[in-house]
Design a binder for this molecule. Structure first.
Ligand code: C2E
Ligand code: MG
Ligand code: MG
Ligand code: MG
Length: 285
């Protein structure tokens, strides 16, 4: 099935990323309008705590509901947003929507942590921690209910500043997760020094683990490393029950993937939660 309403649209935005001239300018202007004009929507994918069988949170994944091109997936516009200087606005919009949704679910009696993906430019922005704190206050969401997912690429440019920004977010009580872990190039020394709370093992290792003892060894050793550093290990991209069972057997903390659910619009995610057996969704005491 198509990942967007129009594959031509995706290609157009993808090409615009590195291009120059009129085409790129148009794409940037459309994206600017999309961000400020309320065309971004979030889909939510549940995260299952394996020890309790409880849905403990969701990851918010952005989509662009384009007026003529249909639903566009992030891989087709995130790089353009980053290179065009629109990432600060995009992330503010996503944080705002995610926290509004978190508050709405909490008002229904369901306390879910919400994970939001952030980009390298957000982490060299010294105003970002204050913006996040302000959004948490505005939506009356406890800081511990927000997790920011960063990739190891943040360590490449201005590492010191990124660590400073992350430290301030941690001090405020926000969780920090290393996304796509294992595919980047951070050394173990940096990992130990980074103010993080969670490792999110990339789905290439998760997908391969039931068929390859080498991939399974990577999962096992990453789990040991995460626990030695007092970090939560999340396995992303679990597509089969056998994978979930294997992860549970190894002692992995949290699993996410199509096997449980694809990312869903908020209303559909809510119905999905309602259809689960009682006591498998974290509720407010
Ligand atoms: P990610 O943060 O690593 O998110 C996981 C991606 O894998 C999502 O794709 C999700 O739909 C997909 N996925 C989840 N479970 C499975 C599975 O079992 N199998 C497979 N094959 N895929 C699975 P999506 O939504 O297209 O997002 C792609 C990437 O775009 C994200 O990767 C993230 O890096 C970026 N992104 C998404 N939303 C945002 C955002 O709000 N801000 C920023 N800066 N980046 C975002
Ligand atoms: Mg992510
Ligand atoms: Mg990931
Ligand atoms: Mg990714």
């Amino acid at each position: 099935a198509g990942r967007s309403g129009s594959s031509g649209g995706v290609a157009a935005y993808d090409d615009a990323r590195d291009g120059h001239g009129r085409h790129r300018l148009e794409a940037v202007e459309q994206l600017r309008t999309g961000i400020t004009g309320g065309q971004l929507v979030l889909h939510y994918q549940p995260k299952l705590a394996l020890a309790t069988g409880e849905v403990e949170g969701v990851e918010a994944l952005v989509r662009w509901q384009h007026p003529t091109r249909g639903l566009i997936f992030p891989d087709a516009f995130i790089d353009l947003a980053e290179s065009a200087g629109l990432m600060s606005r995009l992330t503010s919009a996503v944080v705002d929507m995610a926290l509004a949704q978190c508050r709405a679910w909490a008002d229904e009696g369901c306390l879910l942590t919400v994970s939001v993906n952030v980009s390298p430019s957000n982490l060299v922005d010294e105003d970002f921690p204050d913006e996040v704190a302000e959004a948490l206050r505005r939506h009356r969401v406890p800081a511990a209910a927000l997790v920011l997912e960063v990739t190891e690429s943040i360590l490449v440019e201005d590492r010191e500043r990124a660590v400073r920004v992350l430290s301030r977010l941690r001090e405020a009580g926000v969780g920090v997760s290393i996304d796509d872990y294992g595919t980047g190039y951070s050394s173990l020394a940096y990992l130990a020094a980074l103010p993080v709370t969670e490792l999110k093992l990339d789905r290439v290792f998760v997908a391969a683990m039931t068929g390859s003892s080498r991939a399974a060894s990577i999962v096992t050793s990453t789990l040991q490393l995460a626990h030695a550093l007092d970090l939560t290990l999340v396995a992303e991209g679990a597509e089969a029950q056998a994978t979930v069972d294997a992860l549970a057997g190894l002692g992995c903390d949290v699993v996410q993937g199509y096997h449980l659910s694809r990312p869903l619009p908020a209303e559909q995610l809510w119905s999905w939660l309602q259809n689960r057996p009682p006591a498998t969704v974290r509720s407010l005491a």
